[in-house]
Every structure is written in C-alpha cells, then in structure tokens.
Design a protein around this ligand. Sequence first.
Ligand SMILES: [Zn+2]
Length: 300
Amino acid sequence: MKNSITLIFCFLLLMVIYARPTIAQEVVVFDILIVRYDRIYKCNCNFINAEDESQYDYVDGSIRGPTQWGNLNPEWAACKNGVEQSPIDLLYERVNIDPNLGQLQINYKPSTALLKDRGHDIMVEWTGDAGSIQINHKSYKLLQSHWHSPSEHTIDGLRFSLEQHLVHQRTDPILGNITAVIGILYNIGKPEAFLSKLEKPIKFIIDGQTVIDVGRVDPNYIKISNKDYYRYMGSLTTPPCTEGVIWTIDLRVRTISLNQLESLRAAVHDAPNARPLQPLNDRKIFIYKLKHREDYVESS
Ligand SMILES: [Zn+2]
C-alpha cells in the first residue's frame, strides 16, 4: 500500500514538473513578445498596452522615468545614447525655409479601426487601408493615431495643451520599415471634429475597457495643413526611442474643447505623457510655407 502511495505521489510530481513551461517554451513566448514589440516600434511610438505600462513612466526622478528609459532595457539604449532624439523645441530662429519640400500630399480614406488603451495613451489603430501620405515621392501608409498631453514638441519654448501623432510607415527593400509621424498641436478652444466622433468609445475606455471596435473611422476629420509645416529627423518619443523617424509638425495650432482634453486625460488616469525636450545637436529644422503668414493659431 505504502509503495502504491509512493508511486502515485511520484507520478503526480512528474505530472507537475512536465506541466510547467520548459525554458524552451518560455523562450518561444519571449520571442513572440519581441516580434510584437519589433512590429510595434517600427509602427512608431508606444504600442505598449495597459499590462505593460509599468515598464516605464513619465515621472521626473522616478526609477522608470524619462532619464532612466535608456537604462531599463538594452533594446532602449537609444533613449540615452541617441543623438537625434524627439521631441525638440522648434525654435523659429533656427529653422531653414525649404520651398523644395512642397505641399504635403495627404490621401486618407475612411477605414475600420479599433480604439485601444495602451496604458500611457490611447490609440486609434486602423485595421483596414486608411490611406497614406507622400514624402519625397514615397508613400507612407497611415497606421494609427494617439495623443500626448501636454504637447511633446514646443514652438519657441511654448508648450501646448495637447499633441496628436499620426503614425505612418513604409517598408523599404533595403532599409526596412521607415516611420513618418505628423504632429498636430492643440490649445483649448472649439471642439475638435475627430475627437467628437470618438466621444462614446473614449468614455468606454475611461470605464475600463481596453479595446473597442469603433467601426469605420475617417482620418480626414483631422485638420492638417499641407501648406505650412516643420520637418526634421528625429526618433520615437517613447521607448525604444528608435531614430530615423521623419517628423512633420503642422505649423497651425488647432483647438480642442476643455471637455475633450479632460476625457483624454481621464482615459490615461490624468497622468502627463509627454517626454521632456531632447537636444537638437547639429540637426537642421526645415520649414515649408506656401505663403508668408504670421498668425498660425486658430481663434477660439
Ligand atoms: Zn506619440
């Protein structure tokens, strides 16, 4: 009898041991995550979702704060070693007017999308073909849009209430994935049309949902000036801070309502999600203006 009990115990012990994931299985799981992040960072900005938000934060002086991002993960070394990092101050005195940039070619179209809570921000991710922009005769497909509050980029040292990023990508046969981001700055004023369309799903995010099917979303509701913009080479503003990102910042400052800003802030638990300014180093900031204008701030 005693032997039988011992045998049953040993059998159960072996079952427990073999039921645990082996090192090989754990490696496979890890690889899948890496592939996911790889796709993510090439799609620009943090696709890191709510479960991963503890990996880094925006708190000044925190062990996971912006000055420590480069020490938290070897894959994030560019956050401390990079020399072309974003965001930057767009100092007007330092810009170079470049008429050769030409008007921004934007060809967006409505497409199916999801609204996702990524922990530090919320994102509209287009699952279908939402169109593209053209830069240097190359087409960059629109992938997603998200918001930072307060703004990450500043103009002549001036920070704004909100910054929206529209993330695009093309795959080069030699260079791989290249990211192009359009940044739009907002102050408080009239409601913004694109956010108005997302009012209800943003409330669901505030209530705790993490992914919402929002049906067809038209990016053309986002006002972007194709006639006046800044252009510079920078990086993702979240880990892994990958460089080689083509930045286009709309010269015109738009407006959102206070309610819209408060909803976006509530969706991220009212935590600021703007990376501090990064050194310009020897980079050039270009500017394209179709006509000379002084007033680029929408009246509210
Ligand atoms: Zn961003």
